[in-house]
Ligand binder design. Structure first.
Ligand code: GUN
Ligand code: ZN
Length: 434
């Protein structure tokens, strides 16, 4: 191809495997080079080795002292909840009633949806997140607005129309048939259009009728390469409610299983109150867990159990769950994930956290080779982290003695300020103002 080669010199980190289960799981090039062409990765490696492969005219962007890694992947977030982040309530169900549903109501207006989607995507990019699995609202207009804004930025995003036809306000209700038809129309229009991907999105079992659950499962079977996302076992009151609504089910997760919703490309938010039989089903069906620590702590939902999830080798990733989550930053999310792990008696190394926020997400979405690491041919979504972004970070990272300590300091002290630049498909889409 004749398109110009771009090259970036920095420390380069990316993963080839989960460091919790593999010795050789990552590559770290202290003086590294990332080479891009046509929005794709050509190579990532040592500067000294790769510099001779560059065409004479290549202009190497010098990011020495910074760290380049794949863009973060946030596997569970609600764009319509941007304007109600940090709203107080006594747990999930009152929070939904008091703040979430009235806020989501406004997304029947396409202009409002477009304005919020634009802000939301810019905020993700400021935080270094280049891919997310996104809940829209029940209104098809909210999905149209989101994908239009994502397409305009050439981002790889997954999103879907919320399906809910009971136990919610009248103004946010679809019907089983109309919800399924609208979802299918959106799949046909947006799934795999450019970098956009669709997710069938029943909100959670309590807000869908038997008929709607049935139709969502049928859609999932008819479109196996489309995603499916929902919430499960987040809160004990929610779990009790599901037990009352579906008395014949063995567990909350079993409700989704009954409707054929456990499958590859299904993403289950929270998964706090699962048992080992549930974890076994998730692993054998290749369903994925999305762990949302800032949300779980903010809403008082509970502590995700790493030890049990890892014992079953369930596919795991990290997510913000904004607006239940309190930050768009995956670095802040790592900070709270670490503390949740500690409280549960386990330990999360920094390398594992960065894996979960990059390749772990891509694997959960069956997108390894496309996003999440720097394999040749992967889409060039990457970020440049600045260990000297703040006076405190600069002071602390000057005193770290290993890569693990450096990454750990970034995970504990980092936030949007740590992200110097964000690139999507090889194009600069955010640069921090200094
Ligand atoms: N369960 C059902 N809907 C929601 C939501 O919007 N946020 C969270 N955190 N949990 C949910
Ligand atoms: Zn959520």
């Amino acid at each position: 191809s004749s398109a110009a080669v771009q090259a970036y010199r920095a420390s380069v980190l990316h993963f080839s495997n989960d460091p919790a289960f593999h010795q050789q799981a990552y590559e770290w090039h202290e003086d590294g080079l990332l080479i891009i062409q046509d929005g794709k990765v050509v190579a990532a490696g040592d500067y000294a080795q790769l510099k001779n492969s560059l065409p004479q005219t290549t202009d190497v962007q010098d990011y020495r002292g910074k760290i380049i890694m794949p863009g973060f992947i946030d596997t569970h977030i609600h764009y319509p909840q941007t304007d109600m982040i940090a709203s107080p309530a006594a747990g999930l169900l009152p929070w939904l009633e008091t703040y979430t549903f009235p806020t989501e109501r406004k997304f029947s207006d396409p202009a409002h949806a477009q304005e919020v989607a634009s802000f939301f995507l810019d905020e993700l990019l400021r935080c270094g997140t280049t891919t997310a699995m996104v809940y829209c609202t029940v209104h098809p207009e909210s999905v149209e607005a989101f994908f239009a804004e994502s397409e305009a930025r050439n981002l790889r995003m997954v999103a879907g129309k919320v399906m809910m036809d009971r136990n919610c306000p009248e103004f946010l209700r679809d019907g089983a048939e109309t919800g399924a038809r609208e979802s299918e129309n959106l799949i046909k229009k947006w799934h795999k259009r450019g970098r956009q991907l669709y997710a069938i999105t029943p909100r959670f079992a309590p807000t869908s009728s038997d008929a709607q659950m049935q139709l969502a499962g049928e859609l999932a079977r008819a479109y196996p390469d489309v995603y499916l996302q929902t919430h499960v076992a987040e809160n004990t009151e929610e779990v009790a409610w599901v037990k009352a609504l579906y008395p014949e089910a063995r567990s909350y997760l079993d409700v989704y299983d009954h409707y054929g919703m456990l499958r590859p490309r299904s993403m289950y938010g929270h998964c706090i109150w699962l048992d080992d039989a549930d974890r076994t089903r998730m692993a054998e069906t290749q369903s994925a867990v999305s762990f949302c620590p800032t949300s779980n702590l903010f809403l008082g939902s509970g502590l995700f159990d790493f030890e049990r999830a890892d014992a079953h080798q369930v596919s795991l990733s990290l997510a913000t769950d904004v607006g239940g989550g309190t930050s768009f930053s995956m670095l802040q999310t790592m900070n709270e994930a670490y503390k949740v792990a500690r409280l549960g008696g386990s330990y999360l190394p920094a390398l594992r956290m960065f894996y979960l926020a990059t390749l772990g997400g891509a694997r959960s979405m069956q997108l390894e080779g496309t996003i999440g690491n720097f394999l040749p041919g992967a889409e060039a979504d990457f970020i440049v982290l600045d260990p000297q972004a703040t006076p405190l970070l600069a002071r602390r990272t000057a005193r770290t003695n290993s890569m693990e300590e450096l990454l750990f300091a970034l995970a504990m002290l980092g936030d949007d300020r740590t992200v110097l630049a964000t690139y999507a498909a090889g194009q600069l889409v955010h640069q921090r103002q200094t």
